[in-house]
Design a binder for this molecule. Structure first.
Ligand code: DGL
Length: 261
């Protein structure tokens, strides 16, 4: 048993798609979420910068005495997870490994990946897929406009529909499409309309939630507080649209957001 909170971070509101899935499977846990809004977007930054930013956010979460950290960001997972595991002595879970495990279990071979420019450049998804499913055929597409549009709350207007169409129109004959950036589940309804109905559109948060649940139970780290866990949200810059988009996503008021330096 361990009543410390679970720490999560992303560059902005995208990680809330992961937080939502974690809360579904581990409702008794307390959560601390950091949205690094002052540094958004991560997707266009160099690996070196992403590593520096991740270090700071993980230090923030360690100061808040979390028991495990979830990097709820594809860009940070693909470019900094391995580095962070070397530096910090705390369990850290990213979004790639649990998702690739799911792809393997499903025996998918034709896989599409959409993600930020940094993630696609890092080749993090494709390398991991090929390691686990050597005969997989992977189609990658960087979608640099989608995360900024999600932060803006442009998730279901005409511009969002055109952008999604333009980005995924050349991805053909796939069994699964990985939403390799945690902002992209916000566009799921539009993405669904662009693809054949049999395509499995993968929200990585669901796989991360399963992995975290298994980790928590295996290591006897569950929060034994009776009742519903709490969630604290911190942003590195409050001048942003985070509250509005997070409210839409969580379908409830988001109160008590604090600034963190
Ligand atoms: N949500 C992030 C990801 O999963 C980052 C998007 C961004 O900051 O560019 O890649």
């Amino acid at each position: 048993m361990n009543n410390k909170p679970i720490g999560i971070f992303d560059s902005g509101v995208g990680g809330v798609t992961v937080l939502k899935e974690l809360q579904k499977v581990l409702p008794n846990e307390d959560y601390v979420y950091i949205g690094d809004t002052a540094s958004f977007p991560y997707g266009s930054k160099s690996k070196k910068t992403i590593i520096e930013l991740c270090k700071k956010r993980i230090e923030n979460l360690i100061d808040m005495e979390v028991k495990v950290i979830v990097i709820a960001c594809g860009t940070a997972t693909s470019q900094a997870l391995e580095e962070m595991k070397k530096i910090f002595n705390i369990p850290i879970i990213g979004i790639i490994k649990p998702t690739v495990k799911y792809l393997k279990d499903k025996n998918y071979k034709d896989i599409g990946v959409i993600a930020t420019t940094g993630t696609i450049r890092s080749n993090g998804w494709e390398e991991n897929i090929r390691k686990n499913i050597p005969d997989a055929r992977v189609q990658n597409k960087a979608c640099p406009l989608l995360a900024p549009m999600a932060e803006e709350g442009w998730i279901d207007n005409e511009i969002a529909k055109l952008a999604v169409h333009e980005y995924i129109k050349d991805i053909k004959n796939i069994e699964a499409l990985i939403l390799g950036c945690t902002h992209y589940p916000l566009f799921k309804k539009i993405i669904e309309k662009e693809l054949d109905s049999h395509v499995d559109i993968i929200n990585t948060g669901e796989m991360v939630a399963e992995e975290l649940k298994e980790f928590i139970y295996k290591n006897n780290l569950e929060n034994k507080n009776n009742g519903k866990g709490s969630t604290k949200i911190f942003l590195t810059d409050l001048e942003c649209n985070f509250i509005n988009v997070a409210k839409k996503l969580m379908q409830k008021e988001i109160i008590n957001i604090q600034k963190i330096d």
